[in-house]
Ligand binder design. Sequence first.
Ligand SMILES: Nc1ncnc2c1ncn2[C@@H]1O[C@H](COP(=O)(O)OP(=O)(O)O)[C@@H](O)[C@H]1O
Ligand SMILES: [Mg+2]
Length: 407
Amino acid sequence: MEKVYILGRRNGIKEGVLRIGRYYAIDGSLGSDVYLDGLKPHVILICGKRGYGKSYTMATIIEEMAMMEENLKKNIGIIIIDTLGIFWTMAFPNKKQEEELKKWKMDAKGIDIKIFSSPENVEEYKKKGIPARELVMKTSELAPYHWAQLFGLSLKDYVMAVIARAIDRMKGDYSLNDLINEISKDEKVDERTKAIAENFLNMAKSWNLFGKDGIEIKDIVKGGKISIIDLSPYGEEIKVVITAIIARKIFEARVKERKKYEEALLKGGKIKEEVPITWLAIDEAHVFLPNEKSISKDVLIKQWMRQGRQPGVALLLATQRVASMDEEVLSHADIIISHRLTAQDDIDALNKVRPTYMHESIGEAVRRIGEERGVAVIIDDVSESMHVIKVRPRMSWHGGEEPSAKH
Ligand SMILES: Nc1ncnc2c1ncn2[C@@H]1O[C@H](COP(=O)(O)OP(=O)(O)O)[C@@H](O)[C@H]1O
Ligand SMILES: [Mg+2]
């Protein structure tokens, strides 16, 4: 098999590679193709100033995964946490940039996706011909600290203690109505507090997000498939809680799969994995990985980043605010892709990552790349090198462009 240089991988065998772009020279000319490893779980961080190609690059990488060899792709599931509701356009061909695509000898093409979102959005997506399903979480999967986050309460608040007591008594799966009913039966609690607890839970009912039954992780994560969790209809607290729950469940499912896999290997057999190696792509990642305490950060850092290699979970993160993210994220990212960046605090944050193999700071390198969109500096910890590239144009339509008053 042909051998090439692959970012994020030690050997150069050209299989399961993602062709993300070409080398870019300061005079704007393009060199040979740039490949990224698509087989091993990585933590990839895409950063840069607004409008220079973060979401675009993220989608390009995902398109490449969707085009991987069938026998490899079937072992990888991709989930996009879409906070702004911009990734559905992946289903359609990139007619906007056909000229650009021609230069790269590529054709505009939509890709297969499935979207999970609110009932209203599902209806809209179906009208557009995109497969979509309502996002429903199992009520029983929420622990008291999830509810506290959703309601803006502290676990020390009396009303929260009342809800937690009821959760503690629930058995099996239950609906929000079942929970409200359980609270009403609590003889230790006065009517006023019961009414407040019920109010909170009724508010949760209005989000149409929790049911006795919910979506199973194996419905969302499927080998060779791309699932988009469109969280745009929900407030920030809800986005954080849903992401935390989904991420935790994937992680736990993968740990179990690995165990089954090892056991089967010991016996000399093979198993079909129910939940494949999973890539979680999170745009606007600072929302989920802030400096401050956060439920989603707990799962993503403590489980996905610190222990994710072994169970096979990988992250593709994009943010315009490196400085407001937990510092640990930068130290776990083995591939950093930085588009143009000008805010000094973000450059400073990046500069703290100063591997010994680099001759100049990331900040200086990023400054040199100029204003062209889609150009980026890549720092690859596996090959211990830094590269300047131009990300290839997307085949599928890019959503989420800034609105302009001109059209
Ligand atoms: N690699 C690229 N090739 C061609 N155009 C690009 C590329 N990357 C970004 N662009 C252009 O830049 C615009 C902004 O990119 P986007 O990814 O939405 O920015 P952000 O960094 O804010 O997420 C896109 O709408 C697209 O027109
Ligand atoms: Mg963006």
